[in-house]
Design a protein around this ligand. Structure first.
Ligand SMILES: Cc1cc2nc3c(=O)[nH]c(=O)nc-3n(C[C@H](O)[C@H](O)[C@H](O)COP(=O)(O)OP(=O)(O)OC[C@H]3O[C@@H](n4cnc5c(N)ncnc54)[C@H](O)[C@@H]3O)c2cc1C
Length: 409
C-alpha cells in the first residue's frame, strides 16, 4: 500500500495531525490498532472531559515541569483559548468550572469526537481500523491487519501512538523498542498521575474498614520541598490515590527513584491552625475515649481518625502536643508507584533532543511524533489533552511542510 500522508494512532494527537494535513490539502490515511479511534479520549469523558485549563499562560506552562520550555513552544500556536475556539468550531460550547478547569457544556467526549470524525471524513481523511503497527523499516511501516500483514509506504508519517497507560484502550507502548532500535533517544515509560503503595502496607483492620474512603479536604506536603496543596484523595487497599496524589506524583516518583523511598505529609485539618488543634486536644476529656474526643472537638472521625490510629504509636496518640503536630503533618511512607497500566498517563517517551522543532525524528527523516508518546508529563486538569493536541498540530504542520518540499512522484 502506498499513500502520501499517514498518521498512526487515532487519539487526540493523531486526529489533530490528520486535521492539519487534510486542511493543507494532503490525502491522509489514519491507522489504528483498535476497532474505533479515540478510546482513551472517550474514557476521559466519563467523569467529565476536562479539555483544558483557564489560567495565566505562565502558570499553564509551568505545569509541564522540566519540559515547560519544549511544551511551551508547542503551545505557542494552540493553547487553552485556541482549543476552546476549536471546540466551538465543532459546535461544542465549553465552560470554565470553579477550579479553572474547562469542560464541554455536555461534559462528555462522545459528541465532540463524533463531530470531529464527521468533519475529518468530510475532509477526505480515510480511517484504517484494526491495523496494529508492528514495526518500521525506514519509511515503510508494518501492520497486522484483519486480512494479514500489510506494508505501508508513505511520503510522510506522523506517529501518535500514546503512552503506556490503560493498554486495553490501545496504547501499549509497543513502539518503544522499535524506535530504540532505530537509534531514537527515549526515556523509559513511567506511571504519571498514579496511585502509590504505602510502606509497609495497611493493616488488614484498617484496609477492610477504609479502602475506598475519600479523604476530603486534606492538604498534601512533600517534605523538603515547597510542594503543598489542598485537595482530595482516596485511601485504597494498597495505599493512596486521587487527584491530590496525582498532582504530586512526578515529585514522589522522582524521590522513589532517587532514594527508594518517599514520604508525604497529610494535613488532616487544613482549615485549622496548629495551635487551635493543640488547644482543642488539650481540653480535658474526662472519661471519654480518644475517638470521641477527636470527633467532638475537631470533627475527626471515619478514615481520618482511622489513619491516626493506623500510623501513630500510643505515646503520640496520648500526647496532645505530638498528636496535634501529627494531625497537621501525618507522615505517610510510600514504597512504589502503582503500575503504568493503571496510571492516568505516562511520563517518558521520545526525548525532545531526538526531534527537531517540527517534531520530526532526527534519526528518521519524514517521521514525526506527537502526543503522550513524547517525553513530557503534566498533572490532570486538562493539561494532558491540551499538549497532546497542540503537539499533533505542530507535527501535522511539520509533515505538511515536509510534503510541500517533496512533490508527489
Ligand atoms: C481515565 C483517564 C481519564 C483522563 N482524563 C483526562 C482529562 O479529563 N483531561 C486530560 O487532559 N487528559 C485526560 N486523560 C489523558 C488523555 O486522555 C491522554 O493524555 C490523551 O488521550 C493522549 O492522547 P494521544 O493521542 O497522545 O494518545 P492516545 O489517546 O492514547 O491515542 C493513541 C492511539 O494510538 C493507537 N495505537 C497505539 N499503538 C498502536 C499501534 N502499535 N498500532 C496502531 N495504533 C496504535 C491507540 O489505539 C490509540 O487510539 C485521561 C486519561 C485516562 C486514562
Amino acid at each position: 500500500m502506498k499513500v502520501r500522508a499517514a498518521v498512526v494512532g487515532g487519539g487526540p494527537a493523531g486526529l489533530m495531525a490528520a486535521e492539519v494535513l487534510a486542511a493543507g490539502g494532503a490525502a491522509v490515511h489514519v491507522f489504528d490498532a483498535m476497532p474505533s479511534v479515540g478510546r482513551k479520549f472517550l474514557l476521559a469523558g466519563k467523569g467529565g472531559l476536562n479539555l483544558t485549563h483557564d489560567e495565566a499562560a505562565s502558570r499553564f506552562v509551568s505545569r509541564y515541569g522540566h519540559r515547560q520550555r519544549e511544551v511551551g513552544a508547542l503551545l505557542d500556536g494552540f493553547a487553552a483559548a485556541q482549543l476552546r475556539d476549536w471546540a466551538a468550531g465543532l459546535g461544542i460550547d465549553t465552560f470554565v468550572g470553579s477550579s479553572g478547569r474547562v469542560f464541554p457544556r455536555e461534559m462528555k467526549a462522545a459528541p465532540l469526537l463524533r463531530a470531529w470524525l464527521h468533519r475529518l471524513r468530510g475532509q477526505g481523511v480515510q480511517f484504517h481500523m484494526r491495523h496494529r503497527c508492528t514495526g518500521l523499516d525506514g519509511a515503510v511501516l508494518r501492520f497486522e491487519a484483519p486480512l494479514g500483514p500489510v506494508d505501508v509506504h508513505a511520503d510522510v508519517w506522523v506517529l501518535a501512538l500514546g503512552g503506556g497507560s490503560w493498554p486495553r484502550l490501545g496504547s501499549d507502548g509497543a513502539w518503544w523498542p522499535w524506535l530504540q532500535q532505530a537509534g531514537v533517544a527515549l526515556a523509559p515509560l513511567r506511571p504519571a498521575n498514579c496511585g502509590f503503595e504505602v510502606e509497609p502496607g495497611w493493616s488488614e483492620h484498617f484496609a477492610s474498614r477504609h479502602a475506598g474512603a475519600p479523604l476530603k479536604t486534606v492538604a498534601l506536603h512533600v517534605p523538603g520541598t515547597d510542594w503543598h496543596q489542598p485537595g482530595e484523595c482516596v485511601v485504597t487497599g494498597y495505599g493512596i490515590e486521587g487527584s491530590l496524589v496525582y498532582a504530586a506524583s512526578a515529585l514522589l516518583r522522582e524521590r522513589l527513584d532517587a532514594d527508594g523511598q518517599a514520604t508525604l505529609h497529610l494535613d488532616l485539618l487544613p482549615a485549622h491552625a496548629l495551635d487551635r488543634v493543640q488547644a482543642e486536644l488539650q481540653r480535658p476529656r474526662g472519661t471519654r475515649s480518644l475517638s470521641t474526643h477527636l470527633k467532638s472537638r475537631l470533627g475527626l472521625s471515619g478514615v481520618k481518625a482511622g489513619l491516626l490510629h493506623e500510623l501513630l504509636d500510643q505515646p503520640t496518640l496520648a500526647d496532645p502536643v505530638r498528636l496535634a503536630s501529627a494531625i497537621k503533618a501525618l507522615p505517610l511512607r510510600l514504597r512504589a508507584p502503582r503500575p503504568l497500566a493503571e496510571a492516568i498517563s505516562s511520563a517518558g517517551g521520545v526525548c525532545f533532543e531526538a526531534l527537531d522543532e517540527r517534531l520530526m525524528l532526527r534519526a528518521l527523516p519524514g517521521l514525526f511524533c506527537a502526543g503522550e508518546m513524547l517525553d513530557w508529563e503534566a498533572p490532570t486538569g486538562g493539561y494532558l489533552l491540551t499538549a497532546a493536541m497542540a503537539s499533533g498540530r505542530v507535527a501535522g504542520d511539520g509533515a505538511l511542510a515536509w510534503l510541500g518540499e517533496r512533490p508527489a512522484q
